[in-house]
Design a protein. Structure first.
Length: 557
């Protein structure tokens, strides 16, 4: 093997480097082996990543047993669930770039020969994948795993139920005591949010795109089997180093299509659109927002998961794992079985190892699909010339027309919902929450949960240049591009304007005369930046449109 780590560790001139590493216990024998970076997103601010410190120990055992030398390092993680509905939520999408940048810097600086990234909460997963694709070195994604369901009055619950309970309580449909009981029981231990929300959607993506070994992601975080999953990932990265199997060898365009099909089949999070576009950019794979629509249109929803279905993410594990989903995709000719995975085997070979649990009801036969098409669609029109994303799973509604109720930030819309000022038929517009305008493109689970809790999910539409949580359901449209802060048409919407959303036609339109729209936009002035220094100011200067994945890039020219 030709090891880039030897640039750091071998030869006479590297004696000072070896001296420092020997100071923390490494030996000459350790430093002669492949050095594997173990990128850990452990943090004590959420249940999602809480057990990753212990899992990293098992990953390192696997690396050592396979003949490598692990070196662990940390990066950050922001909890979407904890920060939701506050100014702190603006940090979440920004953290994806910081995670990718920090892993890239560590690996470039220390010239590791491979990486295992331990991930869990939403942005850690694509952030780690983006770094691996930038670096194009052997790498494995290890998802920490889902939380187990909470229990309340004999049914499974998750954090989604807490957000919706807030809305129900505000609407007088739930007592304070019941809200507290749901709060106390929704999160029973460590693990990422328990439905097919963004974390579990992206964990599914990582197995189907090939960066995570099949059979690893669905195992819950507190399950004793996770230790052996972690050791296995340590062994697999060593095989990848020996075989010089790199991230871009795995993440081809066909692999991206497989991943999008998995998002469609599971009714997954709209955030997958942003993250897969960002990953494709790092992999230098051509992928546009419109490419999602064709794959979603031909792929039925056949996995019955919350927020739109019955079951929790942990139930996928009980059903046989994500490999069973892969088998269904292959059966329906909805995936390419020839794509390569990080194990060196093909998608089809990995899927063949999955064993479906007899009688399971989570992953349905294709002939018993829940929906004939995937749960996400791309809309375009006078309100979103560059496109936007609608989540279709969880409801049958396709068309809505109503008056705009315009809010300049999420908090104002939340107050209107919880104080009963939103009526059936309204189109709630929340703007200046996009990548640059927010900044950071906040998720709107607080507002969408409150709308559901108030009993308005079937009669109210919400349109924003911000994002939604994977737990969001209802008639909700996000990622409107261009965003308001860039002078997009959403900036020109006035209170009471008629808005038409037609998912069947793929259209979203502001029903005013085009000349009037032009006059309004000509009068529009960009708002002053909310942050003039620090990380947000840097992000605003570099971030691209949501239609391009909200990636940062050196120049907008």
């Amino acid at each position: 093997m030709k090891l880039q780590s030897h640039t750091i560790t071998q030869g006479r001139d590297r004696a000072p480097a070896r001296a420092m590493l020997k100071g923390i216990g490494f030996t000459d024998d350790d430093l002669a082996k492949p050095i594997i970076g173990v990128a850990n997103t452990w943090i004590e601010t959420m249940p999602c990543n809480y057990n990753l410190r212990e899992l990293a120990v098992k990953v390192k055992e696997g690396i050592r047993a396979a003949g490598g030398t692990p070196m662990e390092f940390n990066t950050i993680a922001i909890s979407d669930g904890v920060t939701m509905g506050t100014e702190g939520m603006k940090t979440s999408l920004v953290s994806r770039e910081v995670i990718a940048d920090s892993i890239e810097l560590l690996v470039r600086g220390h010239m590791f020969d491979g990486v295992v990234a331990l991930v869990a909460c939403d942005k850690t997963i694509p952030g780690a994948a983006m770094a691996m694709l930038r670096l194009n070195i052997p790498g494995v994604i290890l998802y920490g795993g889902s939380i187990l369901p909470g229990r309340h009055h004999g049914r499974d619950i998750s954090i989604q139920d807490v957000f919706e309970a807030v809305g129900a309580n505000a609407a007088g449909r739930m007592t304070d005591q019941e809200l507290r009981e749901i709060e106390d029981h929704a999160c029973p231990g460590a693990g990422a949010c328990g439905g097919q929300f963004t974390a579990n959607t992206m964990a599914t993506v990582m197995e189907l795109i090939g960066l995570a070994p099949m059979g690893t992601a669905a195992v819950p975080q507190v399950d004793a089997r996770k230790d052996e999953v972690a050791r296995r990932c340590g062994r697999i990265v060593m095989d990848a180093v020996r075989n010089n199997l790199r991230a871009r060898d795995v993440c081809t365009r066909a692999a991206f299509d497989n991943a999008i099909a998995g998002v469609a089949a599971t009714g997954g999070s709209t955030n997958a659109v942003l993250h897969l576009l960002a990953m494709a950019r790092e992999a230098e794979v051509p992928l546009s927002i419109d490419d999602f629509d064709g794959i979603e249109a031909r792929t039925p929803v056949f996995v019955d998961l919350k927020p739109s279905g019955q079951f929790m993410a942990a139930d996928v594990d009980k059903a046989g794992g994500i490999g069973v989903i892969a088998q269904r995709l292959l059966e329906g000719k909805l995936a390419d079985g020839a794509t390569l995975t990080v194990t060196g085997r093909t998608f089809a070979e990995e899927a063949a190892d999955a064993v479906e649990t007899p009688g399971q009801e989570v992953i349905r036969p294709l002939g018993q699909a829940l929906k004939p098409r995937g749960g996400i669609a791309i809309l375009r029109g006078s309100l979103a010339p560059e496109g936007c994303v609608i989540k279709l799973s969880g409801h049958d509604k396709k068309v809505h027309r109503g008056p705009a109720r315009v809010f300049e930030r999420e908090e104002d819309a939340m107050q209107a919902v919880t104080h009963g000022r939103i009526q059936a038929g309204d189109v709630v517009i929340i703007r200046y929450e996009g990548p640059r305008g927010g900044p950071g493109m906040r998720e709107m689970l607080g507002v969408t949960g409150a709308i559901v809790g108030a009993g308005l999910s079937d009669s109210v539409a919400l349109v924003t240049d911000g994002r939604f949580s994977g737990a969001t359901h209802g008639f909700m449209i996000a990622h409107v591009s261009p965003e308001a802060a860039n002078g997009g048409p959403i900036a020109a919407v006035a209170e009471g304007d008629a808005i038409t959303i037609d998912a069947e036609r793929g259209a979203i339109d502001l029903e005013i005369d085009p000349q009037e729209l032009g006059r309004r936009l000509a009068r529009w002035q960009a708002p002053a930046p909310r942050y003039k220094t620090g990380v947000f100011a840097k992000y605003c200067a570099l971030v691209s449109s949501a239609s391009e994945g909200a990636v940062t890039r050196p120049s907008q020219n």
